[in-house]
Ligand binder design. Structure first.
Ligand SMILES: [Zn+2]
Length: 330
């Protein structure tokens, strides 16, 4: 069987560029789950799903990444508007946004990976609406009321060239984990955002993926899996900051990150972020504690042997857990 056109094998972390990468586990050589075959004869390409972790920033990411022009093209099975749950979720998102920002006549809004424009089509006609997604070419009929549909992958140049605008609202739903270069994406978002604008990023977060066994999230399209800690650090690194966040049950379990520029005059909910980060660490410890996740961390050579000494016996897991729990709670 033909392999997916291999684009590259991971040599350095997609976030911090460290070369210190360690293998977690492989799900094997799988057919692309985003493609929906028309009939049994349609060939679906396969590729390995191997998870790696960066030892420096802890980002979990795919070792092999595949040609995105194959993944996000004809036969891509996901369309927002066919799922009533997603339509209702998009309606709810619009309400959540309107609680945070007042959109006025002629304000520009941009939805990245806008799919079939389900989200954009809810907004009033007097806003300047822009959608960018390589799938637009297949979904043209849903874009009648969108001022500027751009059938391409997102970048500052691809948007600015066509619009010459800055945006009061930028949204990116379930797309951030598709990116080969997430920092350049955030930098481009910052450069397209007005000083008082907000950027809403939503996706399944790493803790939900592990906690709820969302194994179907591990797939060829998703090249990295982000914790809230990493999202927060990356936003800061690119002149942005999380000012609020909210959990929901989309795609199993997701988090909405409301992000603004570092110099924006927007109230930052620092305590909420702090509590999310604390909960993330505590729950990750709980999972390591009660689950068999640790079995995946045993070195491949099985050389992490027990070393005998004369110190009093300590159950290291109990001690480590108690130590961090105490540290986080005080
Ligand atoms: Zn890294």
């Amino acid at each position: 069987m033909k392999k997916l056109n291999k684009k590259k094998i991971l040599k350095e972390c997609r976030n911090c560029k460290s070369k210190l990468l360690t293998k977690l586990f492989s799900l094997g050589n799988l057919a692309s789950s985003g493609k929906f075959a028309k009939n049994k004869k349609t060939h679906i390409q396969r590729g390995n799903i191997i998870l790696m972790m960066c030892k420096k920033c802890s980002l979990i990411q795919l070792k092999e990444s595949y040609n995105k022009n194959y993944l996000f093209n004809k036969g891509y099975g996901y369309r927002t508007g066919i799922n009533i749950m997603m339509i209702n979720h998009m309606k709810k998102l619009k309400k959540d946004i309107e609680e945070k920002i007042e959109l006025k006549k002629n304000d520009a809004i941009l939805d990245i990976a806008s799919n079939d424009a389900t989200f954009l089509n809810q907004f009033n006609k007097n806003l300047f609406k822009v959608g960018i997604d390589p799938l637009i070419i297949h979904f043209k009929k849903y874009y009648k009321f969108i001022d500027k549909p751009i059938s391409n992958f997102f970048s500052y140049e691809n948007v600015f060239e066509k619009t010459k605008k800055k945006f009061k609202l930028i949204t990116a739903f379930s797309v951030f984990y598709d990116l080969e270069d997430p920092n350049s994406f955030l930098n481009d978002v910052k450069n397209l955002l007005t000083d008082d604008g907000i950027f809403l990023l939503e996706q399944a977060d790493l803790l939900s993926i592990i906690k709820l066994n969302m194994f179907d999230t591990l797939c060829h399209e998703h090249v990295a899996y982000y914790s809230t800690k990493i999202i927060s650090e990356m936003a800061n690194h690119n002149g942005l900051q999380i000012f609020d966040l909210k959990k929901n049950k989309t795609n199993g379990g997701s988090i909405q990150y409301f992000i603004c520029k570092k110099n924006a005059k927007i109230k930052i909910n620092k305590n909420k972020l702090k509590n999310f980060l604390k909960e993330e660490i505590l729950e990750t410890f709980d999972i390591c504690w009660s689950d068999n996740v640790k079995a995946r961390c045993i070195s491949e050579k099985q050389d992490n042997l027990y070393r005998k000494n004369n110190n009093p016996k300590v159950r290291s897991q109990f001690a480590l857990y108690a130590y961090y729990k105490n540290k986080l709670e005080n």
